[in-house]
Design a protein around this ligand. Structure first.
Ligand code: FE2
Ligand code: FE2
Length: 437
């Protein structure tokens, strides 16, 4: 599983649930001519291993194979050759892709393993430079709070590895925190034994998420028993700025569903992205001269239903439920609500998941793009009533974005099980497409 690509490096996370041995990589910049070998590293069953490749050439496709030598003594065999891109300079054309809530715990109702596989393989065939998961991919809140343990939380993360490896071996993965992940500060209790610590450590140990460095900016504040959260971050790639934000970690109260069905917060002004994340986001958006700016979050405010319908409320828009503009009183240290900040700084698209439907909307020049689930075998149009405007399409599929100096093209690519295909419903076909600006 690849992660955290830069202009000169990438991380590869290797994991085997029940095999031990040694692993190494061979890599190079020409297919079939993999001249560089990494030192052999010990792989322990059930323990993720992170291998960093450094000193890579920027704007270059690199090819690699992973070798595994089992400690049982049988001969090692190389894996298939795969490839990835290092960071693109301004003026480049490239593709990235994203998926909404995969919800593997909702078997049959919203998740089908074969359909997920088809979606991921089809997305991988586009050779996206990276793949963004919009959250609700590792839901732990359906586990019994009385018997929940660190291994049970970790299992939600290892369960995704065989699926996400289909694309993650060639496209670095970026995780966006979802409401069902329960990677959220309200669950911290000062010990290492709570769901917030277990969830965040599972995220960071199995999926190499970026920490602030010369290439990424992000959350610089370590949390006891975790270290750097790696939960919000930004980077530049080609002519675009990419910004991932997290509505859940920094709120002192649960933003959406509560682990163990506890009492839901009553006032959404109690919910916050936090001052530090806000100031970082403001600096990041204001400081970028990128032609395109893409912001990713699980949802507007991390809760509710709809897109632009919610954009005037609370931290996002400044109004209380009654319609009065209470922002200056409720957030005296913030200069403007999040939507205004995005509109003023020229954000091209705000991407969200959570609603399990594909909807394109626009407000004050900012496109609000809600993305579908990748593997819903019932192809449902969830929550359509919450969206009073826009182009709406049902599950399932992924979203492909082509970025070029002359414009951005967004495609909703349909996924179907073979049994559901027909002459007019073809897996991998584009359902809807638009261009910006
Ligand atoms: Fe959600
Ligand atoms: Fe969801």
């Amino acid at each position: 599983m690849l992660g955290s690509p830069t202009g000169s490096s990438i991380k590869l996370n290797v994991f085997a649930p029940d095999q031990a041995g040694t692993v190494w990589l061979v890599y190079g910049t020409r297919s079939g001519q993999l001249g560089t070998q990494t030192p052999a590293r010990a792989l322990v069953a059930g323990q993720p291993l992170e291998i960093a490749l450094e000193g890579l050439a920027p704007n270059t496709r690199h090819y690699y194979r992973l070798y595994f030598q089992p400690s049982s003594g049988t001969a090692g065999a190389p894996g298939d050759e795969a490839s990835f891109m290092t960071a693109r300079p301004p003026g480049s054309s490239f593709t990235f892709a994203l998926q909404g809530d995969s919800h593997p715990e909702r078997l049959r109702s919203q998740f089908d393993p074969d359909l997920y596989t088809r979606t991921l393989l089809t997305a991988a065939a586009d050779q996206p430079d990276f793949y963004v998961l919009m959250g609700d991919d590792f839901s732990v809140d359906t586990l019994d709070p009385l018997t929940i343990t660190q291994p049970k939380v970790l299992e939600r993360y290892t369960l995704q590895r065989p699926y996400l490896g289909l694309i993650g071996k060639q496209a670095p993965l970026f995780l966006v925190n979802g409401n069902h992940e329960q990677a959220a500060g309200y669950l911290l209790d000062g010990t290492p034994n709570n769901v917030a610590v277990w969830a965040q450590n599972a995220r960071n140990s199995l999926y190499a998420q970026p920490a602030p460095d010369g290439f990424y900016s992000g959350n610089p504040t370590p949390v006891p028993h975790i270290g750097l959260l790696r939960n919000y971050f930004a980077w530049s790639w080609g002519d675009a700025l990419f910004v991932v934000i997290d509505p859940y970690w920094h709120s002192p109260v649960a933003v959406d569903n509560v682990l163990g069905d506890g009492t839901k917060r009553s006032n959404l002004w109690d919910v916050t992205h936090g001052d530090a994340q806000y100031q970082w986001l403001k600096r990041t958006l204001e400081g970028s001269t990128a032609r395109y700016k893409f912001v990713f979050a699980h949802h507007v405010m991390g809760t509710g239903r709809g897109g632009v319908e919610l954009a005037k409320l609370w931290e996002w828009g400044g109004e209380s439920a009654g319609g009065q503009f209470d922002f200056p009183v409720k957030r005296p240290n913030w200069t403007e609500p999040l939507h205004r900040l995005m509109a003023r700084t020229g954000v091209t698209i705000f991407f969200q998941g959570h609603d399990h439907i594909w909807v394109r909307q626009k407000l004050d020049g900012v496109t609000y793009q809600t993305v579908s689930e990748p593997a819903d075998p019932n192809y449902t149009l969830w929550n359509a009533d919450a969206f009073q405007s826009g182009d709406k399409f049902p599950n399932s599929g992924y979203t492909r974005v082509r970025v070029a100096p002359e414009g951005v093209q967004v495609d909703y690519v349909r996924s179907l099980l073979q049994r559901d295909e027909s002459a007019t419903r073809v897996h991998g076909s584009t359902v809807f497409s638009y261009r910006l600006p």
